[in-house]
Ligand binder design. Structure first.
Ligand code: ZN
Length: 292
């Protein structure tokens, strides 16, 4: 297992972590400059942040600074209530792949979606099995497009509390079943993003990480699970402040050969987004060394 205690060369910042400073939305260009200033070598930006700043400008900034993208957030949201909705998802996902290529990302992260309409407040049906089959079909279709452009797709299983509205793939086992079905020969085009926040509780986690193997382990996201958790989406903790044994899980992924970035991804409307982003980044660096 790599020693992270003396430097932060394997730290990546998911830019949602500092999307707000003292509660105020920050432009992606400012976030990138703050990361570069601190010797952070990788980021994982969100599509809306990139769109707001302009894709060509961000692509140039990333290139000029020699930054790497540990991932690009995000594609997915495949299920829809009708054919037009699925077509729109298909088109949008292709654009996400194109953007990821433009930014030379390591992979496009997929948050696969769940019951159509649920995220907006009203699910249009209750058939989660149907959603799961639409997810599988959607990934299969996108995989062909992405493979032709050499952009790996990383399925991110989300904690079961998001099964209705954000992702009906909720365990590593489910995600890997999809990988095995769609990419049985392990070409490197399809894999998983392991986010400790979503999978830390899973009794099969170690076994499924072993099953994944190096070629399917495409991203490693860290933050912490707070007790109590006060918000379903925006109360993620800083590494070391909660109950996740992050070094143990990192040990498992590295034992299988994962040698990429440890990406800090914290959504925290009540705490970290209220602080100055300089303090947040400095804390990420310190905790990367001491708690990851
Ligand atoms: Zn994540």
């Amino acid at each position: 297992m790599r020693d992270f205690s003396t430097d932060h060369r394997w730290l990546s910042i998911n830019t949602a972590t500092v999307r707000k400073s003292r509660g105020v939305e920050q432009p992606l260009t400012t976030i990138i400059e703050a990361c570069v200033q601190r010797g952070i070598r990788a980021i994982s930006p969100w599509r809306d942040q990139v769109a707001a700043a302009g894709l060509p400008a961000i692509a140039k900034l990333v290139k000029d600074h020699g930054l790497e993208l540990s991932g690009y957030c995000r594609g997915g949201m495949f299920p829809a209530a009708d054919a037009a909705g699925r077509q729109a998802a298909r088109d949008d996902n292709r654009r996400a792949v194109d953007e990821a290529c433009e930014l030379d990302a390591t992979c496009l992260v997929l948050v696969v979606g769940a019951l159509p309409g649920a995220l907006a407040g009203k699910a249009l049906h209750k058939d989660i099995a149907l959603s799961r089959s639409q997810v599988s079909d959607g990934i299969a279709e996108l995989l062909e497009y992405a493979r032709a452009r050499n952009m790996p797709l990383a399925i991110e299983p989300l904690h079961p509390m998001y099964a209705a509205d954000r992702a009906c793939i909720n365990t590593m086992e489910q995600a890997l079943d999809v990988c095995d079905a769609l990419d049985p020969s392990r070409t490197g085009a399809l894999g998983v993003a392991v986010d400790v926040y979503h999978v830390w509780w899973d009794p099969k986690l170690e076994a499924q990480i072993q099953r994944a193997g190096k070629d399917r382990l495409m991203a490693f996201h860290v933050c912490d699970w707070m007790t109590p958790t006060t918000h379903l989406l925006e109360d993620r903790g800083m590494m070391g402040d909660g109950v996740i044994d992050i070094p143990r899980i990192r040990g498992w992924v590295e034992a299988r050969g994962f040698a990429g970035y440890s990406e800090v991804e914290i959504f925290s409307s009540g705490n970290w987004w209220q602080r100055d982003s300089a303090e947040v980044l400095d804390t990420c660096i310190a905790r990367h060394r001491s708690a990851v």
